[in-house]
Design a protein around this ligand. Structure first.
Ligand SMILES: *Cc1c(COP(=O)(O)O)cnc(C)c1O
Length: 409
C-alpha cells in the first residue's frame, strides 16, 4: 500500500523541477516524436555556442583548453549511468549502425568456434542490413532470423551472438533483457542489445543484467540533436579481448605517440576510431545533464502513466474508429511509444501535423507516437486522441495535400 502510494505520488510530480523550461519547445499542440528526434535542451544550445566560441578563440588549443579530447568519454560515462553500466564501460562515437557493426565483430571474435547470429525478423532495418553485410563478407557466417517468440528456442550451440533491439521501433514491444541475456549465456552465446528506443525511455541495468555489448542513439530519448553521435557499451570483462574491426588512432592506447604500430587502448576507448565530432558531442554531453538531474523514478513513472492513459484512450475511442493498437498492453513489457495501425496511416499523420500534433509514420500502415517524460505533458495524450477522433469524424484527413509523399517520414 505504501509502495502504491509512493508510486502514485511520483507519477503526479514533475520528474525534473522546471523540466519543460529546460527545453526549447516548438510551437505545436503536442510533440510526440521524441523517439525519432528529441527536442533541444537549452543547455545543448549553450554548449554548442561555447564550443564554437572556443573554436574561434582557442582554435586548435581547444582540444586541451576546452577538453574536446575528453568529451567522448565524459559523455560515455553519463550514458553509462543512464543505462546502468559501470564507469569506463560506455563510450560515444560514430552512429548506431557503425557501433552495431563494431560490437557484432567484437562479439563474433570472442566465439570463433561458432558461426550463427540470431536476430529478430522485425528488427530495425539498419540492424538487419548490418548483419546481412557481415554475413555476406564472411562465407561461414549464418544469419538466423526468427520471430520474437522463437528467440530462445533458436539458441543452440552453434550460436555465437544474439542481437536484438530491446524495444521494437515499430510496435514498442520490449524484450525481457535479463531473462533473454541469461538464456543466451546458458547456450554459450553473447548478446548485443540495441538500446535505440530504450535509453532514456525505460529503466535499464545492463551491468546487473550481465549484458555483453550494447549500442544506441544519442538523438532520440537522450535529446542530443540531429545526427548526434551514438554510444557503445562493452562489459569490462571483455575489454582485454575486444577487437575493433576498424583500428583507428583514437582507439590506440596513445594516439599522440604517433607510433607506427596499432596497440589498442586498455579500456572502452578501443571502440573509438577517429576524431570525435566535437560540436555534436558538446550538444549531447549537455543534454545528458538534463536527464541526469531528473528524478529517475518519477521520470519512468510518468512515462508509464502516459502509456497507460494512451492505451486506454486508444482502446475506448480509436479502435472503434478503425485503428488497431499494435503496442503491448500497459501490464506487459513495453517502451515509451504507442503505435497504431490504420489503412490511411500516412495521410492521417500528415493531417495530424497540420493540426500541429507531431507523430510519425512507419511503412506500410503504422502511426507512431513517442512519450518523452522529460518534456511531454500528460495532456498531450488527450490532445492526440481528441485530434484523431476529430479528423476521422469529419473526414478532414482525406485532403489531396495529406496524401503527397515526403522523403523523411
Ligand atoms: C533509430 C535506430 C537506429 C539508427 O541508427 P543510426 O545508425 O544512428 O542511424 C538503429 N537501430 C535502431 C533499433 C533504431 O531504432
Amino acid at each position: 500500500m505504501i509502495q502504491f502510494m509512493l508510486q502514485h505520488q511520483s507519477a503526479n510530480q514533475e520528474p525534473l523541477r522546471n523540466a519543460p523550461e529546460e527545453f526549447v519547445l516548438p510551437d505545436v499542440a503536442a510533440y510526440l516524436n521524441g523517439n525519432s528526434l528529441g527536442l533541444m535542451p537549452k543547455r545543448a544550445q549553450q554548449a554548442v555556442q561555447a564550443a564554437l566560441q572556443a573554436w574561434g578563440e582557442d582554435a586548435v588549443a581547444g582540444w586541451n583548453t576546452a577538453n574536446w579530447v575528453g568529451l567522448a568519454q565524459q559523455a560515455g560515462d553519463k550514458i553509462g549511468r543512464i543505462i546502468g553500466a559501470q564507469p569506463g564501460e560506455t563510450t560515444v562515437a560514430d552512429s548506431t549502425s557503425v557501433n552495431l557493426y563494431k560490437a557484432l565483430h567484437a562479439a563474433l571474435a570472442l566465439r570463433p568456434e561458432r558461426n550463427v547470429i540470431v536476430c529478430e525478423a522485425g528488427n530495425f532495418p539498419t540492424d538487419l542490413y548490418v548483419m546481412q553485410g557481415l554475413a555476406a563478407a564472411r562465407p561461414n557466417l549464418v544469419l538466423r532470423t526468427v520471430d520474437p517468440d522463437d528467440v530462445e528456442v533458436a539458441l543452440d550451440d552453434s550460436v555465437a551472438v544474439l542481437s536484438l533491439s530491446h524495444v521494437n521501433y515499430r510496435d514498442g514491444r520490449r524484450f525481457d533483457m535479463p531473462g533473454i541475456t541469461r538464456a543466451a549465456h546458458d547456450a554459450g552465446a553473447l548478446v548485443v542489445w540495441d538500446l535505440a528506443h530504450s535509453a532514456g525511455a525505460v529503466p535499464l541495468s545492463v551491468a546487473d543484467d550481465g549484458v555483453d555489448f550494447a549500442v544506441g542513439c544519442g538523438y532520440k530519448f537522450l535529446n542530443g540533436g540531429p545526427g548526434a553521435p551514438a554510444f557503445a557499451y562493452a562489459a569490462k570483462r571483455h575489454h582485454d579481448q575486444l577487437q575493433n574491426p576498424i583500428a583507428g588512432w583514437f582507439g590506440h592506447k596513445a594516439p599522440f605517440a604517433f607510433a607506427p604500430e596499432f596497440e589498442p587502448s586498455a579500456g572502452i576507448e578501443r571502440l573509438q576510431v577517429g576524431t570525435p565530432p566535437v560540436l555534436s558531442l558538446a550538444a549531447l554531453d549537455a543534454a545528458l545533464d538534463v536527464f541526469l538531474e531528473a528524478d529517475e523514478t518519477a521520470l519512468f513513472a510518468k512515462a508509464d502513466a502516459m502509456y497507460a492513459k494512451a492505451h486506454a484512450l486508444v482502446k475506448a475511442q480509436l479502435e472503434p474508429r478503425g485503428f488497431t493498437c499494435i503496442s503491448p498492453p500497459p501490464e506487459a513489457n513495453h517502451g515509451s511509444q504507442i503505435s497504431l495501425r490504420h489503412e490511411h496511416a500516412w495521410p492521417l499523420v500528415r493531417a495530424l501535423a497540420a493540426e500541429s500534433v507531431v507523430g510519425d509514420f512507419r511503412a506500410p500502415d503504422v502511426l507512431r507516437f513517442g512519450f518523452t517524460p522529460l518534456y511531454t505533458p500528460l495532456e498531450a495524450v488527450e490532445t492526440l486522441v481528441e485530434t484523431l477522433v476529430g479528423l476521422i469524424d469529419t473526414s478532414a484527413w482525406d485532403k489531396p495535400e495529406f496524401h503527397a509523399k515526403q522523403r523523411v517520414t
